[in-house]
Design a protein around this ligand. Structure first.
Ligand SMILES: [Fe+2]
Ligand SMILES: [Fe+2]
Length: 255
């Protein structure tokens, strides 16, 4: 079952909860002159997501299919969307385009650096490269400039079926999520490098007002403070002082 919520004017969060893994996946549709979908979603979710987007607009009119990094929940169904929308183009960072997407996708990507603006009509977007934050060399986040909406992919990951949007702090949920991931077979979900704090600070300096997370609630409020809090939690849970690990039989590094 999908839950669709308008988180800003003509910006829709379409969330699908998967009880087997206690995780929801959110996809964001921006209805504008050139409609944009951020997160193409898993191939297995394409039928339900397609149905939900169809309720909101003519799918064949989609123009931009964006995502943070090359991973199935981000872009597994990319070619399904490109097949349904003849004018649609993948949108991602330069590394993503050159390393993966231009080979994988039916059509080449429009690759963006942080100096490029993507206009959908009324809204302007910037793709901010964030290598290895949350993960992947090609990672980035999409920032909508007029209302300062940060489409932040796996940052602020929360387990469970959450309220679509909240003004309450997400930080303890995020701490629990990181700790839970580290304790199981999906440890090392998010790497911590000497660039992590600086990258999160560069996002905080944009002072987002809305954090549109892929997994868990969208957050309204002081996004700069939330990003700085997240940097602290990531350093505490994942940083050098937390790492006394060894490699397990499944390849994860455990404390
Ligand atoms: Fe991811
Ligand atoms: Fe994800």
């Amino acid at each position: 079952m999908a839950t669709t919520t308008e988180i800003a004017a003509d910006v829709y969060r379409i969330s699908i909860f998967v009880p087997e893994i206690n995780l929801e996946f959110s996809h964001f549709l921006v209805k504008d002159d050139e409609p944009l979908l951020f997160h193409a979603g898993l191939r297995s979710m394409f039928p339900i997501l397609h149905e939900e987007v169809s309720r909101l607009m003519d799918v064949s009119k989609l123009r931009h299919i964006g995502f943070s990094h090359f991973e199935s929940d981000e872009c597994g169904a990319l070619n399904d969307w490109l097949g349904r929308a003849p004018a649609a183009q993948p949108v991602c960072g330069l590394v993503g385009a050159v390393v993966s997407v231009n080979d994988f996708a039916l059509r080449p990507a429009r690759s963006l650096t942080r100096d490029d603006l993507l206009s959908t009509g009324r809204r302007q977007f910037r793709f901010l490269p964030t290598p290895h934050v949350p993960h992947g060399w090609d990672a980035g986040v999409l920032f909508e400039e007029s209302e300062r909406i940060l489409f932040c992919s796996d940052l602020f990951h929360q387990w469970g079926h959450r309220e679509p949007a909240t003004s309450d702090s997400l930080i303890e949920r995020c701490r629990e999520a990181l700790l839970e991931a580290e304790a199981g077979p999906f440890a090392n979900y998010v790497p911590y490098t000497h660039h992590t704090g600086r990258i999160l600070e560069s996002l905080a300096e944009r002072a987002p007002k809305t954090l549109a997370a892929m997994h868990g609630s969208t957050h309204y409020g002081d996004g700069a403070q939330a990003l700085r809090d997240l940097a602290t939690v990531m350093r505490e849970v994942l940083g050098p002082k937390a790492d006394h690990g060894e490699t397990s039989p499944t390849g994860t590094i455990k404390a």
